[in-house]
Design a protein around this ligand. Sequence first.
Ligand code: KG4
Ligand code: ZN
Length: 332
Amino acid sequence: VPRPVILGIESSCDETAVALVRGDRTIIAQAIASQEAEHAPYGGVVPEIAARAHAERLAPMLAKVMAEAGMTLDDVDAIAATAGPGLIGGVMVGLVSAKALAMASDKPLLAINHLEGHALSPRLADADLAFPYLLLLVSGGHCQILAVEGVGQYRRLATTIDDALGEAFDKTAKLIGLGYPGGPAVERLALQGNPTAVPLPRPMKGSAEPHFSFAGLKSAVLRAVDSGKHQPADIAASFQQAAVDCLIDRLELALAGAGPFPALVVAGGVAANQTVRSALEWLAAKHAMRFVAPPLALCTDNAAMIAWAGYERLALASSDFAGDPLDFVARP
Ligand code: KG4
Ligand code: ZN
């Protein structure tokens, strides 16, 4: 049996996920349980509900994935878990479980930064993706542009000074009366709307400050809703277009300052958005960059990306590396 095999656990937000990934990029088995139904009545993720749901589901999911693979912990070479950042209750459930498994099986623990999981996941999907690459990480909690120069070598070129882009999608959805999670709902409704119908700002556009801001866009959406003058579909389409314009403008600035890069890569839940993807594809073509968008299942939160980040770290570690300490502290 080819090795190494890494067991990955993800529990930092509202997805409980377990995966077994091999160094040759095979996802041997995986399971994902979304808590969407539990949080939907509240219009967002409730941390306490999330932590309890992770605690209930993780052990049976681990058993199921191991059984599906026909493996025991003897067949596993290391145990990787998200150690933060995330909702602390959920992170602790996953990390403590990984510590227990590592301790019981005498295998190394790999405490993985969730963002590093997103940043490296494109290399799980694409064996030809070499360092360096320019990464746009757009999720519910983060909105960053990173120069990914190697494993553990990430240079942050831009970040948001207020909301993350996924968060802005979720809030816009709420304002126009769509359910949670908002991103996919806004995208669906936008298909029926006119992206130029509602005048909305493009915060930070043209600014030499290399950052994102979406709070002002959200306030403008609120005013557009309150005015009663616009169709929800037009607001959704116009919001999406404004957001995409901001992404492209900020990426242009990053490229001007730190480029060129051979590849442009997108990761995080918002990478599921087709309008975002098309715009990035256009930008990549303009700058003669290869455009890499991992399959959607690897863009949203999952455990395969955590296992893969663990593998990438393990592959570079010295032969006497025994893993991260079992008292590794979970990060909120
Ligand atoms: O990466 P992810 O699954 O979780 C983290 O935040 O780490 O990202 C979830 C975010 C949510 O804000 C969700 O609304 C957004 O990604 N999202 C989308 C789409 N699908 C998910 N935003 C825009 N369009 C989509 N199709
Ligand atoms: Zn994430």
